[in-house]
Design a protein around this ligand. Structure first.
Ligand code: COA
Length: 195
């Protein structure tokens, strides 16, 4: 099963809105968007490249690469496969195609994706495609019930994509010394018990 990609056109705004409103997106704030909410989302596609994902000429998903041509932020992936097509290995093929598309048609150095912390399928796909977790955002992703979830950010570097390498993040970079331990003490005791 090999996906193909057909560039979405602005004249297809209504088709894209209907696509988004017709399925359930369990890891998004709008789990089942109304047609009106979906239209609003599609109206924000203007600076992006968007593709229909197809299998044998049938639409199975929508791929949006936000800010692909921006020079002040990273291109960002938004992938939506219809429920019937999830769990069949398509996600990995789509993300690999996206990386090739971005790194061969632009001079961007990084490709970014963010997802809810419990979206394990998405996280697995990112890791398999060479992305490295760079960020853990606490309480920043609204769940459909109004509560907040953590989310995670993964990035693929052009140099890793070209070289088949994995550049790790240097996490252990806090300066040692009294200033930092005082700051940590403040964080674990915000009521001032240590002060
Ligand atoms: C997220 C998404 C792109 C993943 O693509 P996919 O084709 O469904 O993923 P795959 O079938 O390749 O699954 C990837 C891996 O995750 C694993 N996985 C899937 N669901 C999982 C779960 N709930 N817990 C743990 N692992 C899970 C799969 O088992 C698979 O690993 P395996 O090949 O070792 O079995 C797709 O499911 C999708 O479009 N979901 C809805 C929209 C969405 O969540 N988009 C991301 C928003 S940022």
């Amino acid at each position: 099963m090999t996906p193909t990609f057909r560039r979405w056109q602005p004249e297809e705004a209504e088709e894209a809105a209907s696509f988004l409103a017709a399925d359930e997106w369990q890891f998004h704030a709008l789990r089942i968007p109304t047609l009106e909410a979906a239209r609003e989302r599609v109206a924000s596609f203007s600076d992006d490249e968007v593709f229909w994902i197809e299998v044998e000429d049938a639409v199975v998903g929508l791929l949006r690469v936000e800010d692909i041509h921006a020079d002040d932020c990273d291109p960002t992936i938004d992938i939506r496969l219809l429920q019937a097509w999830r769990g069949r290995g398509l996600g990995e093929q789509v993300i690999r195609w996206t990386a090739e598309h971005v790194f061969t048609t632009t001079s961007q150095r990084r490709l970014y994706g963010q997802t809810r912390v419990d979206n394990h399928a998405m996280r697995t796909v990112f890791r398999r495609c060479g992305f490295v977790k760079e960020a853990h955002y606490r309480q920043d992703w609204p769940r459909p019930d109004g509560t907040l979830s953590d989310s995670v950010g993964y990035t693929l570097l052009r140099q890793d994509w070209e070289g088949g390498t994995t550049t790790p993040v240097v996490w252990d970079d806090e300066p040692a010394g009294p200033q930092s331990s005082e700051a940590i003490g403040h964080m674990i005791s915000p009521q001032g018990a240590k002060r």
